[in-house]
Design a binder for this molecule. Structure first.
Ligand code: ATP
Length: 513
């Protein structure tokens, strides 16, 4: 199946099976805003738990907070968001569509990279086993030509972005002959800056209402609580503060389902350290976070780091963890070495000292920070895209199955009475009443057993149990495994032991080194 088709299918599957709905659906939706349905919210909660527990339970020097979305407006002055949280936008006059100029150019760079990969793939096919890939990449004139174009464009683009030279960004788009994907023309407007923060007002106008912002990241809530947590928690550097919460960005282009939303959720951790140790900690968190992703078992080949060459003015190292989505490798998480920029800005703007007294060094300093920042929704998308499969069965039928990691699946066990009579429903409910304290169970008695299995496959339920007449006699049931579709007769008393460990977040955490 073409990757674009997979993505389309995932989007409609998410709606059909209660994972993700367009927001305000009966009013035809609201651009780039989505709601999570009955299955989506369970899976999202599991992802959040996996992250939270890996941070807060597994590290004795990391604690969590939950700060408010509304914050003092000066915070966003201090953080630089009021002046610089901008994207360069450009319109196509014919289609009237708006684009991010930087994204158009990055896509052009990706096109050159794709051409190189295609050349290499062709050569691999041609030469078979004797193929020396490294040598081919070094010596092929075609590869060299594309690489030179890519590098020149990349350098020009980085320079323009660093200087935020809007005219140059436009010129690059013209010189590269980039066309609007809708109209196919090069009739572009000027490039303009657009601030991504949503504004609202607090207080009544009579009282002199003040403009406040919906937070565009959760991180600032951590920075402004640094002193509170450090003092009340008697935290010693190095230590971290974790937070999960909503963030809001008025994204210019938001066309990729829950990949780019205007209201989304972040899981962020700021790790406070001694100045000078940041590159070691950066490296440690880079590895720790990659291990967290790969622990889900999706295969290392689906992840890569993308180190930033253009660093934000306050950062001295930054990388993204990218996942292979159906529309290419895309950022899911950012890891940034932010120096002491944020804390010193808040010192300056608030007039309060935010220093740490280091008893070992017998001196005070403003801590440096390593940040790990991951989007819940992008993580959700990567999990569901990777797990969605259409399988051809031996009997010629197709089944759609979500091969979700069991710990992330919304429902862990479906209990199904073979018929709706003879005491079978009662027996089924007895099983649920016993197991529902341990994990999420679902009772299902409608339609044939085959149809019920398909429904559970489609939402990724790892285990189904069928209660039949024999169950009443010998207290056994048939357990069916999602991935292999194999069935086994087991005693009801064994179910907890078979299932609980496999579906728990703890099972995932134990696999983390
Ligand atoms: P992008 O370059 O894709 O706009 P970003 O580099 O601005 O992302 P960060 O500011 O580093 O993103 O935010 C950290 C994480 O928050 C991202 O890795 C992503 O998972 C998530 N995120 C950011 N913006 C959005 C959005 N509009 N919708 C969903 N998730 C988002």
């Amino acid at each position: 199946m073409a990757q674009e088709d997979v993505f389309k299918k995932v989007v409609s599957h998410c709606k059909e099976y209660g994972f993700v709905f367009p927001s305000s659906d009966i009013y035809d939706g609201l651009g780039a805003v989505y709601d999570y349905g009955q299955n989506g919210v369970e899976m999202k909660n599991n992802i959040k738990q996996y992250w939270w527990q890996s941070m807060v339970l597994m590290h004795e020097n990391i604690v969590g907070i939950d700060s408010a979305i509304f914050m003092h407006p000066t915070i966003w002055k201090a953080s630089g968001h009021v002046d610089a949280f901008n994207d360069p936008l450009i319109d196509n006059r014919d289609s009237k569509k708006r684009y991010r100029a930087d994204v158009l150019i990055e896509e052009q760079i990706a096109k050159y990279e794709e051409k190189i990969e295609k050349e290499v793939a062709k050569a691999r096919k041609r030469f078979g086993e004797a193929f020396d890939e490294a040598k081919y990449r070094e010596t092929s004139p075609k590869v060299a030509e594309e690489q030179a174009k890519r590098d020149a464009l990349h350098e020009r683009y980085s320079k323009a972005m660093n200087a935020m030279d809007l005219d140059e960004l436009r010129q690059i788009i013209l010189d590269e002959q980039i066309v609007c994907p809708i109209s196919g023309t090069r009739n572009w407007t000027e490039v303009r800056q657009f601030n991504l923060m949503f504004k609202t007002e607090m207080g009544s106008t009579a009282d002199g209402a003040s403009t406040i912002y919906l937070r565009p990241e959760t991180a600032q809530g951590i920075f402004v609580n640094y002193l509170n947590v450090q003092k009340t928690g008697r935290m010693k550097i190095p230590f971290g503060i974790a937070q999960i919460g909503k963030a809001f960005r008025n994204e210019i282009v938001a066309r990729q389902f829950i990949f780019r939303m205007r209201e989304f959720e972040q899981m962020e951790m700021q790790f406070f350290i001694k100045p000078g140790t940041e590159l070691d900690w950066f490296d440690k968190w880079r590895k720790t976070r990659m291990a967290w992703h790969q622990n889900l078992g999706f295969g290392a080949e689906n992840y890569r780091f993308h180190d930033h060459e253009k660093l934000a003015h306050y950062a001295n190292a930054a990388t993204d963890i990218e996942f292979k989505m159906p529309f290419g490798f895309k950022e899911v998480e950012g890891i940034h070495s932010r120096t002491n920029f944020d804390l010193s800005q808040h010192e300056k703007f608030s007039g309060k000292s935010i220093k740490y007294f280091d008893p070992e060094l017998n001196e005070s300093y403003t801590p440096y920070v390593i940040e790990t920042s991951i989007g819940v929704d992008r993580m959700f998308l990567s999990v569901i895209c990777h797990s969605y499969q259409e399988e051809q069965l031996e009997n010629g039928e197709t089944r759609v199955v979500l091969r979700l990691p069991a710990a992330l699946a919304p429902v862990k066990l479906a209990v199904m009475p073979l018929t709706k009579k003879d005491g079978l429903p009662e027996k089924a409910r007895e099983i649920i009443d016993d197991l529902k304290f341990h994990f999420n169970c679902q009772y299902d008695e409608k339609d044939s057993i085959g149809k019920r299995y398909r429904r559970q496959d489609a939402i990724g339920t790892p285990y189904c149990v069928t209660v039949d007449h024999q169950s009443l006699e010998d207290n056994t049931v048939t357990i069916r495994f999602r991935d292999t579709m194999e069935q086994e007769r087991v005693n009801i008393n064994e179910l907890l032991g078979i299932i609980e460990d496999k579906v728990s977040i703890t099972s995932l955490l134990k696999k983390l080194k």
